[in-house]
Design a binder for this molecule. Structure first.
Ligand code: NDP
Length: 272
């Protein structure tokens, strides 16, 4: 039986083992998939041991995505563009690194019917997840992307990496002057720590779709604020999670599983 895992810290509460087990059942593939908690300093050694013990593929989550890009012997275009890896595929020569976060995000926006051609996008945050979604958004034909981050240098680093005139990076103090977007993406991880930065109501207009990359309790404050501010659509990142997993599954097994039923099951369980 082939062995797969998600590596991260913390990773105990990851839904990935559950998702991949469901995909495997639906596709009639025998595999094991576990969550392995590992500190950044131990990641390289633990990953090699995992391979020696039959590991054929891995997902990588916080805070290991950039390290995984350095450990890979080869990067797929999406991972090279993002500078971060969330999916590793074992090849004879070593680990090949890919990034399915962007594809997962785009698949979920398509499911929700969010228009992207000519969209005015505002992204709150400039961390690892944003690295994965900026390129696919640009490819989809958005009119502009403004990245607002607490640390301006990180937002500017992303703008510099992409070299596209539609991208702009700003510090958080500039937020009140940013025009109302048609797509507002929250990629700030503060709610995981029980914090919720206060955003100006001008960020939500009558055509603003609000999307939080996080899911479960961490997404609740942003979604509640967006709905109260009049957003016609406010959605969490559960769909993105399932879609990025389906893309990883395709890279490992050559078949892309259906996602709708599993997403409905998980949503019912989380009660949202
Ligand atoms: P990172 O740790 O790489 O980035 C965190 C971001 O949050 C940074 O921009 C950071 O700003 C900002 N931030 C943290 N605390 C605060 C605060 N108190 N005030 C203002 N800004 C703050 O995380 P990721 O990019 O990997 O993840 C971001 C979110 O996306 C998480 O909620 C994660 O769960 C979710 N995610 C969801 C996925 C899915 O499939 N649905 C996939 C990947 C991520 P600064 O740079 O200044 O520190």
């Amino acid at each position: 039986m082939q062995r797969f895992a998600v590596f991260g810290q913390p990773v105990r509460h990851s839904l990935s083992p559950r998702i991949h087990a469901a995909f495997a059942r639906a596709c009639g593939i025998a595999l094991s998939y576990e969550a392995i908690e590992v500190a950044p300093g131990d990641f390289a050694a633990v990953l090699e041991r995992f391979h020696a013990e039959g590991g054929a593929g891995a997902n990588v989550t916080l805070p290991l995505k950039e390290m995984a890009a350095r450990l890979a012997h080869r990067l797929a275009p999406a991972a090279r563009r993002a500078g971060a890896v969330n999916t590793l595929v074992r090849e004879d020569a070593g680990w090949a690194g890919d990034n399915t976060d962007g594809a997962g995000f785009m698949a979920d926006l398509a499911r929700l019917g969010v228009p992207l051609v000519g969209a005015r996008v505002l992204i709150l945050g400039a961390g690892g997840a944003v690295r994965g979604i900026v390129g696919p958004l640009l490819d989809a034909g958005v009119a502009r992307i403004t990245i607002v981050n607490r640390s301006l240098a990180r937002a500017e680093g992303l703008v510099h990496a992409h070299q596209d005139a539609r991208l702009q990076g700003l510090g958080i103090e500039s937020l009140p002057e940013v025009p109302t977007p048609s797509l507002l993406v929250n990629a700030i991880s503060a709610a995981h720590l029980g914090e919720f930065p206060l955003w100006p109501e001008s960020l939500i207009g009558p055509d603003t779709a609000a999307y939080d990359l996080s899911y479960g309790p961490a997404a609740v404050p942003f979604l509640r604020w967006a709905r109260a501010s009049g957003a016609p659509l406010a959605e969490d990142g559960l769909g993105m999670l399932v879609e990025q997993a389906a893309e990883a599954f395709r890279l490992w097994h050559g078949v892309r599983p259906a996602t709708a039923d599993l997403l409905a099951d998980l949503r019912a369980e989380l009660g949202q």
